[in-house]
Design a protein. Structure first.
Length: 392
């Protein structure tokens, strides 16, 4: 195992009707004027936005609103939010929604508190020195952004999708009411489950440092999400299954499942970022479509981990050669994706890149990771291109 630091300062308020505590939480963390940032019409149609504004009105907390956050959140909206916060004197951000609203809010927070272009942080040219304080009312279990230090933004010019991580952007509080996720379309629920699992698998498939307790937590989380994802396919209103998935989403990306290892592989995420930037696909679906091809490309270089995954997570019998067991584990994961109606290749995802688009994505991915990245196996541009093509 490796030495590690574990930092998770977010206050979690979990359960039914917890959104009713939003005003007192904002006061607790020093907010005096709030930007409420949200996505599309579901927050409005469900009545959640009105509940929030009514609560702030009752507490005499002034606010402004900015909707429009979309999957693969856009840099142009971030710029709009920065200008609005500066104009209105906003000192606290409240993201109401899923990862897109949260990530967009984090970027707005960077832009308000740091000079220059906020994209510089996502382009790895500078490091942020501050961020406006942020609270979250979560409506989609997926990205884990409610407890993580990371955010991902898409720059429309050039169709570039990049992530940036800093403890400055960790949420002060996260309100999690599983009932708020019950209005989600089945596809979004499944995408969220795929994303949650990938956050743990990225940390699991490593060649550097392992702890038995961390591995056991990771494996238990993966099994829990799989069990409850299949329950939600049949029973989308199941509160307990929603709660299990929601809490797993936070634990999958707050650093817990990576304690003691080398930080994780993260290449499936990096490959998907270019896919999402080009085609604007749902992030979880893009991850599922790419994972099997990535796994088959790297498993021999990380064989003990893939064997353990097959046996401890996917229930493969530990009989036969290690390579055969590992491959059965990969096949079992793809079978699970199909059971929750997730794609296992690009054609099932609905995209068919040209040779030029494959090459462009591989090049952008290589640039985005400064040439090479990966723990299960170090990947360079030629490897990235091969994985993209194999995923078709």
């Amino acid at each position: 195992m490796f030495d590690f630091k574990y930092y998770t300062p977010t206050k979690v308020v979990f359960g039914r009707n917890t959104e009713g505590q939003v005003a007192e939480l904002i006061r607790e963390f020093g907010g005096s004027k709030v930007l409420i940032h949200y996505g599309g019409g579901s927050v409005v149609r469900s009545g959640l936005l009105k509940k929030v504004t009514d609560a702030l009105d009752s507490a005499d907390i002034p606010y402004v609103t900015l909707g429009g956050a979309v999957p693969n959140p856009r840099l142009s909206l971030v710029y709009e939010g920065i200008a609005l916060c500066k104009k209105e004197g906003v000192d606290f951000l409240l993201a109401v929604g899923g990862g897109s609203a949260i990530d967009s809010a984090k970027a707005i927070g960077y832009g308000v508190t740091n000079e220059g272009d906020v994209w510089d942080f996502y382009d790895y040219k500078r490091k942020a020195t501050a961020c406006l304080p942020l609270g979250v009312i979560l409506t989609l279990a997926a990205t884990g952004s409610e407890m993580s230090d990371s955010s991902v933004i898409t720059k429309e010019e050039g169709q570039i999708k990049r992530g940036y991580s800093s403890d400055f952007a960790r949420a002060k509080f996260a309100i999690m009411n599983p009932e708020l996720t019950m209005t989600l379309p089945d596809y979004q629920t499944a995408c969220g489950c795929a994303d949650i699992m990938m956050h743990t698998m990225e940390r699991y498939f490593t060649n550097g440092g392992n702890m038995e307790i961390t591995d056991s937590i990771a494996e238990g989380l993966l099994r829990t999400v799989m069990t409850n994802a299949e329950i939600l396919v049949k029973d989308p209103k199941n509160y307990d299954a929603r709660a299990e998935v929601m809490w797993a989403g936070s634990l999958s990306h707050n650093g817990l499942t990576g304690c003691g290892n080398d930080g994780g592989d993260w290449m499936t995420h990096k490959l998907e970022h270019e896919l999402g930037g080009l085609y604007d696909v749902a992030h979880g679906a893009g991850l599922a479509a790419l994972w099997g091809s990535w796994a088959r490309y790297v498993y021999k270089d990380c064989l003990p981990r893939f064997r353990r995954f097959a046996v401890n997570v996917m229930g493969v019998e530990p009989v036969g050669a290690d390579e055969d067991i590992a491959l059965k584990g990969i096949e079992a994961m793809e079978a699970f994706y199909r059971r929750i109606h997730m794609p296992t290749n690009l054609r099932e995802l609905g995209v068919n890149p040209t040779e030029a688009e494959f090459a462009d994505m591989a090049h952008k991915c290589a640039v985005g990771v400064n040439g090479a990245k990966g723990s299960a196996r170090l990947l360079r541009e030629a490897d990235m291109l091969a994985i993209y093509k194999a995923s078709l």
